[in-house]
Write a protein that binds this ligand. Structure first.
Ligand code: FES
Length: 126
C-alpha cells in the first residue's frame, strides 16, 4: 500500500453503482489535471486514465457514462472501441489489442482513493 497521506480521495465506494462508472478530475502538482474514471462491476473496482489509446480522447458518452448499453464493456464515444472493464484490454475497434492505462486504487473505510503514484493495474474487491 502506498503512503495514505499522499493518496487522493475520490468518493465513497457506494457512490458508484455495481455495475457503474464514474469520472474524476484530480489536480496533480503544478497545473496538471489527471482525468480518470472508475468502473465497478461484479464487486470489483478498477481505475483507468480517461484517454482512449486510439487518439487520446476522453471516452465517456455523457458525464460519468463509460459503459456500453449492455454495461458489458467500456465503450469509447468517438469510434466505439470496446474495452474489458476488468483489465482495460480493447477487444473491438480501431485500437484492438491495446489497453487503457490502469491506475492504482485503494479502499479504506468504505472510501475510494487514488494511490499516490499511478502505476500498475490493481483491482480492489469491494
Ligand atoms: S478515439 Fe476511441 S476509438 Fe477512436
Amino acid at each position: 500500500m502506498s503512503d495514505p497521506t499522499q493518496s487522493r480521495a475520490l468518493c465513497a465506494v457506494d457512490d458508484i453503482d455495481d455495475p457503474g462508472t464514474r469520472g474524476f478530475e484530480v489536480a496533480l502538482d503544478g497545473q496538471q489535471v489527471l482525468r480518470l474514471f472508475v468502473v465497478r462491476k461484479s464487486g470489483t473496482l478498477a481505475a483507468y486514465r480517461n484517454n482512449c489509446p486510439h487518439t487520446g480522447a476522453p471516452l465517456e458518452w455523457l458525464p460519468h457514462q463509460f459503459f456500453d448499453l449492455e454495461q458489458s464493456f467500456i465503450q469509447c464515444a468517438i469510434h466505439g472501441a470496446l474495452f474489458r472493464p476488468e483489465d482495460g484490454y480493447c477487444v473491438r475497434g480501431p485500437c484492438v489489442g491495446r489497453s487503457l492505462e490502469p491506475l492504482e486504487l485503494e479502499v479504506r473505510d468504505g472510501r475510494l482513493y487514488l494511490a499516490a503514484a499511478p502505476g500498475g493495474a490493481r483491482r480492489s474487491p469491494v
